[in-house]
Design a protein around this ligand. Structure first.
Ligand code: KIV
Length: 263
């Protein structure tokens, strides 16, 4: 997928969209060689790349640096850059400066969390020529306000509010909406009510697409096993195994041999 028009086309043709997060050049090259549709440089890089407990520590500098690295490896994949914590809540000039930095790092769109207080900004960003992906449900930048990383939209009032926000964000010009950790029935209701695609993460099978964090789906963290996650590789164990084999061969003298040496 190369443009936002491809997102709409996929929804219209009822074809699912696959999205993965990515934060560096090496993995971007592998994603670029794969069939995955698009890349999110998520603010989850605060966790996966920098070891913080929440995404609150991601900054515009970090997002711009990682976005630029990903774009250099991503070929013609569509790359979305996350607006980090607070970068869209500091007044129009600061907000637009953050958008500008992420776009000038090479992203094709930005993503921002939540609807409350963001609707006119989404409209302004879109009217400035920058596609916006929205993000509802469990919005990790609001973890303190939400009282933890919990499934959202469990009661009728919360369901109604999330759906209303999705419709408002669509009206404000968002080209797609991430639905994170909401009951499948709510994700289906929202997906059926919107003309723009939904991308689920813990949103069940009826979203128009899915996103997973690269390190999570590759099993790089054995301690992280939320219900919504499916692992496609046991990365931690496989990579640790390679490191141990290397260590064993170095210490035993099995590596390097003549084959890896210059005459
Ligand atoms: O930052 C991120 O990785 C995200 C996805 C979980 C949607 O926002």
């Amino acid at each position: 997928m190369k443009t936002i028009l491809d997102f709409q086309e996929k929804k219209d043709k009822k074809q699912k969209i696959s999205m993965i997060t990515c934060y560096d050049y090496s993995f971007a090259r592998i994603v670029a060689a794969s069939d995955i549709d698009c890349i999110l440089v998520g603010d989850s890089l605060a966790n996966t790349m920098h070891g913080f407990k929440t995404t609150l520590n991601a900054s515009v500098n970090m997002m711009a640096l990682h976005t630029a690295a990903v774009v250099r490896g991503a070929g013609d994949k569509f790359v979305i850059g996350d607006m980090p914590f607070m970068s869209n809540r500091k007044g129009l000039t600061a907000n637009m400066t953050a958008v500008e930095r992420i776009m000038k790092a090479g992203a094709s769109a930005v993503k921002l969390e939540g609807a409350l207080g963001n609707l006119s900004l989404v409209r302004h960003i879109v009217d400035s020529g920058v596609p916006v992906m929205a993000h509802l449900g469990l919005t990790p930048q609001s973890v303190n306000q939400l009282g933890g990383f919990k499934v959202q939209g469990r009661d009728e009032k919360a369901r109604r509010l999330i759906k209303e926000h999705a419709l408002q964000l669509q009206d404000a010009g968002a080209f797609a909406i991430v639905l994170e950790c909401v009951p499948s029935s709510l994700a289906k209701d929202i997906t059926d009510s919107l003309h723009v695609p939904t991308i689920g993460i813990g949103g069940g099978p009826d979203c128009d697409g899915q996103v997973l964090v690269l390190q999570d789906m590759l099993g790089m963290n054995n301690d992280f096993k939320p219900k919504f996650l499916k692992r496609y590789f046991e990365g931690f164990d496989a990579i640790k195994g390679a490191f141990n084999t290397y260590h064993e061969e170095v210490t035993s003298g099995a590596f390097p041999t003549e084959k890896e040496s210059y005459s």
